[in-house]
Design a binder for this molecule. Structure first.
Ligand code: ADP
Ligand code: MG
Length: 288
């Protein structure tokens, strides 16, 4: 049987906007020593803004942005939203013949006889597109049209105010390691890591590599120690399922992520993890 106190704990959590899918997870929250975060939409707002449009060759800024908007028109990635907002015009989707969203890479479409690529360095490499690397502050979306590099668009995201509160709160609770896993560029990841005072940052990861990192961290755990993964759900379902406690952040969270998660935070505040652990500790005191 489940001690009654657990129901009180689960009820208390839900009044704080935290959905715990079972008393075993509330109990496990007591022993959390590793907290692993996704970046985009979890520690950062996930609301990107276009800050630079840099065409290469004889293409204009307008047409570079138009190619990007066309490529991103079916995606619900936060990057796509920023490009569509910057473009600001209607897109005739009927012209798109083929569409592929490649997790951790970007987009490939075929439209009116043209092949358009929009994504990161990895996508360009995979598709054999050569380009000169440049140092920029922000996330770069590279574009290629018919096998030729066409330039890049720079977008910037900001760290959530609440993320600082979350990391400080976790450290105060005696968490051993705070870690961020991201598919974004190394430079972008390291900036977020130093801003927030995270213990470790791993960048340029594909979804399956995020799972591997969690498995590696798992091997450091002592008996009874638990690991949390916190993500907004986009591309995160495998890691959510793999962690001892998978936590999906509300707001942007996809249905698949909410399904795969053990705990759902209804707001976009990572500091709710601190609240959840505190509720778990209080519940334990009542139960035992
Ligand atoms: P994160 O780990 O930060 O949540 P994702 O795994 O969702 O990021 O994506 C990793 C990287 O893949 C992005 O930083 C971007 O470079 C590229 N990418 C993913 N989706 C898109 C897209 N729709 N358009 C362009 N680039 C994308
Ligand atoms: Mg993400």
């Amino acid at each position: 049987s489940i001690p009654l106190g657990f129901f009180g704990g689960i009820g208390g959590a839900s009044r704080s906007g935290i959905l715990v899918k079972g008393s075993n997870y509330l109990e496990a929250l007591n022993n959390v020593k590793y907290v692993v975060f996704d970046k985009t939409g979890t520690l950062t707002k996930g609301v990107f803004k276009v800050t630079d449009i840099s065409p290469k060759g004889d293409i204009t800024k307008e047409s570079l942005l138009e190619y990007a908007a066309l490529a991103e028109s079916y995606s619900n990635h936060p990057i796509a939203q920023s490009i569509l907002t910057a473009y600001g015009k209607e897109i005739n989707k009927e012209e798109i013949d083929q569409y592929d969203e490649i997790a951790g890479h970007g987009i490939k479409i075929k439209e009116g006889g043209k092949t358009i690529l929009a994504g990161n360095k990895k996508l360009m490499k995979k598709e054999g597109i050569a380009f000169k690397e440049e140092e920029v502050i922000g996330t770069m979306v590279h574009l290629a049209v018919n096998g030729k590099y066409a330039g890049f668009i720079v977008i910037a995201d900001v760290v959530k105010e609440d993320s600082k509160k979350a990391i400080e709160g976790l450290k105060a609770l005696g968490i051993k390691k705070t870690v961020m896993l991201t598919g974004d560029a190394k430079r972008v990841g390291e900036k977020v890591g130093s801003t927030l005072g995270l213990d470790e940052v791993y960048a340029e990861l594909l979804p399956h590599e995020k799972v591997e990192k969690v498995e590696r961290l798992d091997s450091y755990k002592q008996k009874n120690e638990k690991l949390i993964f916190v993500g907004d759900g986009i591309n995160d379902t495998p890691v959510l399922a793999r962690a001892d406690i998978g936590i999906a952040m509300g707001g942007l969270g996809s249905d698949a992520a909410i399904e795969a998660a053990d705990v759902v935070i209804m707001t976009d505040e990572p500091s709710k993890i601190v609240t959840a652990i505190k509720i778990a500790k209080r519940t334990r005191r009542i139960v035992w």
